[in-house]
Write a protein that binds this ligand. Structure first.
Ligand code: MGD
Ligand code: MGD
Ligand code: SF4
Length: 764
């Protein structure tokens, strides 16, 4: 198929709108057909006058927040994406990245046809083949690997919203417990594990903050505004405009710190000390919600004794924050209880002791009486819908992650049909229902505890998402077989034996998006246009592989429509009906304590929020959070911090034409005084070298007072080494490549990534 050269820019978008207005006025003053008049004037018809507008419903795949969208296309071309007003998450609004969905889809660098490797691994040399050849070849490789080493020797890594088909459906039907999502152990696993340990419920994909009535918002390393989740920004802005107090704890003066009543520029890695001191103040000054604590919590006496020495003065010496500011902020929270809460962060794998930090956060929220109270943290409920009625899978248990919803997770450790647990099992103590992705790399290299010989990578940016990519490359060299399923020729694709090019979210049906929420809801994805080039959806790929691998009993459905209709029938709906109802089904929630009519909403062993965890004590972990110091940067080095940019998602959108135009390369935030001390000008290019000698590409310095002098900061996702990505290749520096080490959180299996240090190098 011919290359589609469509360049969409803000200017051309505005121009097309203006052309629309011109066309309307021209059409009024002429008897000739509009297209003719416009042609005579050197103008083109605006998209919405080109033909019949087709409307389809979908959920945005430009980041894991997955806002409901309405897609407008004409004659097989997508022109516009709007927020779906019926969707409780987008409420008719979108962020810049969501608006750029069509730009992502029409990226001319997209993968176009299935490919089989011809050169050496990593060389990126492939031949285009038919789907038949690619599928037969892949099925044969998987069959041989499974027969020789057992089904668990195939690992499946998956992310983006189509990952269900590979990471959940295919992996479980095939029988491997080694299926993992980066959104678990590289992102949310400490907050999920801490939540289950403390109050018995996971947080789930949608953080249950009761934004409408909250009066005091505390953000710890959550940079709303740069973390540009659409409605979270709107919710925050509304609460702020209502006058809610805002406390931001961040070593960097983030965008949201600029809106705060209190900015606490904490020394990186010392947050647990601050949290313990806040607990100390709340208890010592009897500021906590005493009725709530006595009714709904256990272990208060132990907690009070534990924190008695952790005074603001004690924490001040550790955190670099003034003791009176620590005291003052604790009092502000208490003045607003129970409409006060520390927002559960999202990317919380920081220093390796992250579950304990998250537990300290939840303990404070409980002292404030926030759980199940209006303006605090509500209870999410999963919507009711049946699974597709397939025979029991060979492995049960979810691979977890940002998108795992409460009620869908299994508390059992998944076992393969050969009785082997997942290969990371020995290394993590709890991590229920999820696998630590980064811990599966070692078995690929060492063969211990048993060999992993083949890897399926679906929608994971393998070399830009997992710390220590140098080790991942070593694993890629050792594996017998690698299948990459992606839409773009990302860096890791060059290491695959077979490449399956996927149709993007706007071109395919997908599993329903089932969201635990205050108002539980289900969203649909239907294609707006036919897939471009020779691309196919994941559901089709797994079915074709399944049939070739003798897994017919799981693939009785022939099309995604058939599969989805079977699920929707269980709630009296169908794809057609959902389409008529704007693509969304909303159910009734159970958000507050009052909705439980005296029953405990906390499914812990005690039925209460557990300040003291007997489960942790039994496993020889601290039953109440303690502060553990982290390593200091060596002389001449800075701690490497990283985060989001509002117009980019992880390492996936740097090549998207519209977004690349807005922010083409990242910058190094360096304290202005440090820059002056080292004689580095604002805007100069430097290189970074980490504690293990790993080097970055050149990065432009942003000399600023907005960051502490012991740390530097960059936006994640840049510095990619992927020659086929014509816009992103080699632009900016990669935080991942400077993360040659991580600190494993022994409770959640999370990979703490903020334990790397860099020094500035002036020449290559
Ligand atoms: P992305 O870079 O978005 O991140 O980890 P990833 O999900 O790996 O990679 C998405 C991949 O999916 C890309 O290769 C993209 O081309 C591909 N893709 C996009 N759309 C589709 C599709 O429709 N189908 C298919 N098959 N592929 C598609 C995210 C993870 O990274 C997370 S959740 C967090 S919070 C961590 N953040 C983070 C960080 O901030 N810094 C560092 N250094 N590492 C991090 N790792 C974690
Ligand atoms: P990070 O981006 O890692 O996580 O968003 P967040 O959960 O907000 O946040 C980094 C912030 O933590 C920075 O401001 C940094 O200065 C601060 N920080 C660093 N070290 C410390 C420390 O020791 N203590 C404290 N208190 N603060 C520290 C991630 C979230 O973003 C996720 S997980 C997803 S899935 C979404 N991804 C995403 C995206 O890719 N792009 C955009 N634009 N928005 C996104 N929103 C979501
Ligand atoms: Fe899409 Fe933006 Fe919503 Fe993420 S926050 S799902 S990118 S519109």
């Amino acid at each position: 198929m011919a290359r589609t050269k469509l360049k969409i820019t803000r200017r051309s978008f505005l121009k097309s709108s203006l052309l629309g207005a011109t066309a309307l006025s021209l059409s009024n003053c002429s008897a000739q057909p509009l297209a003719t008049v416009m042609g005579q004037n050197g103008l083109r018809l605006p998209w919405f006058r080109k033909g019949q507008i087709k409307t389809t419903y979908n959920y945005c795949d430009m980041c894991p927040w997955r806002c409901g969208i309405v897609v407008k296309s004409v004659d097989g071309q997508v022109y516009k994406v709007d927020g779906n007003p019926a969707d409780p998450k987008s409420r008719g609004m979108l962020c810049a990245r969501g608006q750029a969905g069509p730009s992502f889809m029409y990226d001319p660098d997209r993968l176009r046809a299935p490919m089989i490797r011809t050169g050496a691994r990593g060389e990126g040399k492939f031949k285009e083949v038919t789907w038949q050849e690619a599928l037969d070849y892949t099925a044969e490789k998987l069959k041989v690997t499974g027969q020789a080493f057992g089904p668990e020797s195939v690992a499946v890594f998956g992310h983006t919203s189509g990952d269900f088909w590979f990471t959940d459906y295919f992996a479980q039907a095939w029988g491997t417990p080694n299926a993992a999502k980066p959104s678990s152990s590289l992102c949310t696993s400490p907050r999920e594990e801490a939540a289950k340990l403390t109050y018995g419920l996971p947080i789930g994909g949608h953080e249950p903050v009761d934004w409408e009535a909250i009066n005091c918002i505390v953000l710890i390393g959550s940079h709303i505004g740069e973390d540009a989740r659409n409605t979270v920004m709107q919710d925050f802005a509304n609460a702020w405009a209502r006058g809610a107090k805002v406390i931001v704890v961040d070593p960097r003066f983030s965008n949201v710190a600029a809106k705060a009543d209190y900015w606490l520029p904490i020394k990186p890695g010392t947050d647990t000390a601050l949290l313990l001191a806040w607990i100390n103040v709340l208890i010592d000054e009897a500021l906590y919600d005493q009725a709530y604590v006595s009714e709904w919590t256990t272990g208060f006496e132990e907690l009070a004794a534990h924190v008695s020495d952790f005074t603001p003065e004690w924490a001040a010496a550790i955190t670099d924050l003034p003791a009176d500011q620590i005291r003052a902020t604790a009092r502000v929270m208490a003045e607003n209880l129970p409409q006060a809460a520390i927002i559960p962060g999202r990317h919380v794998t920081w220093y390796g002791n992250d579950t304990q930090r998250m537990r300290a956060i939840y303990i404070i929220n409980a002292l404030l009486g926030a759980y199940g109270r209006e303006g605090g943290i509500y209870f999410s409920k999963s919507p009711y819908i049946e699974s597709y009625p397939h025979p029991p899978f060979a492995v049960t248990g979810s691979s977890g992650g940002c998108s795992a919803e409460p009620g869908e997770e299994s508390s059992e450790l998944p076992l393969g049909p050969s009785g082997k647990a997942r290969a990371d099992g020995a290394r993590t103590r709890f991590l229920r229902g999820a696998t630590a992705m980064q811990e599966l790399i070692d078995p690929m290299i060492s063969g211990e505890p048993y060999p992993i010989k083949a890897l399926i990578v679906y929608g994971v940016n393998l070399l830009n998402s997992i710390p220590n990519p140098q080790r991942t490359v070593e694993a890629l060299k050792k594996l017998d077989f690698v299948l990459a399923v992606d839409v773009l020729p990302q860096e890791h694709v060059a290491w695959a034996d077979v490449v399956f090019p996927e149709a993007t979210a706007l071109e395919r049906y997908d599993e329903l998006w089932v969201v635990a929420h205050k108002t539980p809801y289900i969203a649909m994805r239907e294609p707006a246009v036919e897939p471009l080039y020779d691309t196919k959806p994941a559901w089709w790929m797994v079915r074709e592989l399944g049939l070739r691998l003798g897994m017919d009993k799981y693939f009785k459905w022939e099309t995604a429509e058939e599969y989805l209709d079977a699920r929707l029938l269980s709630i009296g709906s169908s794809l057609d009906k959902m389409h008529e109802e704007q693509g969304i089904i909303v159910q009734k929630g159970k958000a507050y304590l009052a909705d439980f009519e005296g029953e405990s909403p906390f499914p812990t062993a005690s039925g209460k929020i557990e300040f003291y965890s007997h489960e942790l004590a039994a496993a020889n972990f601290d039953p109440i959070p303690t502060y553990e110091p982290v390593d200091e940067p060596p002389d001449g080095y800075f701690r490497l911090l990283y985060g989001r940019h509002p117009v980019h998602t992880f390492a996936k959108t740097q090549n998207t034409p519209l977004l690349n135009e807005l922010y083409p390369e990242n910058e190094l935030w360096l304290n202005e005084d440090e820059a002056a001390r080292q004689g580095i000008d604002d805007g100069a290019y430097v290189w970074l070298e980490n504690q293990d000698g790993a080097r970055s590409g050149p990065i432009k310095v942003k000399a600023t007072q907005r960051i502490r002098s012991d740390a530097v900061y960059m936006v994640h996702g840049f510095g990619q080494n992927a020659p086929q990505l014509s816009r992103a290749n080699g632009k900016g520096a990669s935080d991942t490549k400077l993360q040659t080490t991580y600190a494993l959180d022994p409770i959640s299996g999370g990979a703490g990534m903020r334990v790397n240090f860099v020094r500035i190098v002036r020449e290559v």
